[in-house]
Design a binder for this molecule. Structure first.
Ligand SMILES: Nc1ncnc2c1ncn2[C@@H]1O[C@H](COP(=O)(O)OP(=O)(O)OP(=O)(O)O)[C@@H](O)[C@H]1O
Length: 261
């Protein structure tokens, strides 16, 4: 296990010194001896996992495999019972969370206009109102919602709401973008748009970790696949190898469409 430096909140880093953001990249995500137990039951148990900082990692596995819990652990929304998660030299926690963004299956939006939802996030960062406006327009253009900027967010369709949630996540210029079944209830056109935005984002120095049940989607997006079963990591391989020749019986059965218990 490498020495992990104490985390410095981004706001307190002096000019000219490395910020938490700088120290996260280009380091990999490393998980070591990670376990999560609730009420005496082990729900996540991952010995070691290292993820490339620039790939799109897809996390797959049957229902209840621990995919969402793993994402929440990585995002620091829940604390592990044991073990470490680190980005580069930095232990994951409060400070790394501000360099990450997570998109959930059900978009969580403010009861304000589309643009105000983005502006809310932009206000947490430095910048003039003209800069915020320009950045807001850039983000809304990127997700195809500029025409609805002044509309109440709650009037958007499900797919549009999810694109707004994605734009809001991208507003933070995250080093790591975590998506938990973000397209699960959307139609094919919305799925395609979100996949395109995600793929384009992953080239901008943003690591993407995408949880999905959809094998076709995993094939389209993944550079590498981590397959979970009963809270354990049963394999982590480059996507080509995983889809052609999965090494675990659970992944073979899952890809063949058989029921995996
Ligand atoms: N707060 C909690 N307390 C107790 N058990 C929990 C809690 N959260 C999740 N679990 C259990 O942990 C297991 C893994 O849950 P998780 O949501 O991570 O699965 P998943 O792989 O994302 O499943 P799905 O594909 O159905 O969303 C499940 O059996 C779930 O019931």
């Amino acid at each position: 296990m490498p020495d992990l430096v104490p985390v410095t909140p981004p706001s307190s880093s002096a000019a000219g010194t490395q910020t938490t953001r700088d120290r996260i990249m280009p380091g990999a995500l490393r998980i070591d001896g990670l376990s999560l137990k609730i009420a005496g039951k082990t729900l996540v148990n991952i010995g070691r996992l290292t993820l490339d900082p620039r790939s799109v990692t897809v996390i797959m596995g049957p229902n209840g495999a621990g995919k969402s819990l793993l994402l929440r652990l990585v995002h620091g929304l829940i604390a592990p019972t044991q073990g470490w998660i680190s980005w580069g030299e930095v232990a994951c926690g409060e400070a790394t969370r501000s360099t990450q963004a997570m998109v959930f299956q059900k978009p969580v939006l403010l009861r304000r206009s589309v643009a105000a939802n983005i502006d809310f996030v932009l206000r947490l960062r430095a910048g003039t109102s003209a800069q915020r406006k320009a950045r807001c327009e850039e983000l809304l253009t990127r997700v195809g919602l500029l025409g609805q900027a002044d509309q109440p967010a709650r009037l958007l369709s499900g797919g549009e709401q999810q694109r707004l949630a994605l734009a809001r996540a991208l507003a933070t210029r995250p080093k790591v973008l975590l998506l938990d079944e973000a397209t699960a209830s959307l139609d094919p056109a919305s799925v395609q748009m979100i996949e395109q935005i995600v793929l384009a984002s992953s080239t901008d120095e943003t690591k993407v970790i995408f949880v999905t049940h959809d094998i076709g989607q995993a094939r389209r997006l993944a550079d590498d696949v981590a397959f979970l079963h009963h809270g354990e990591l049963v394999e982590h391989r480059p996507a080509e190898a995983f889809f052609v020749q999965p090494s675990s019986e659970a992944a073979k059965a899952y890809l063949a469409g058989r029921i995996v218990l």
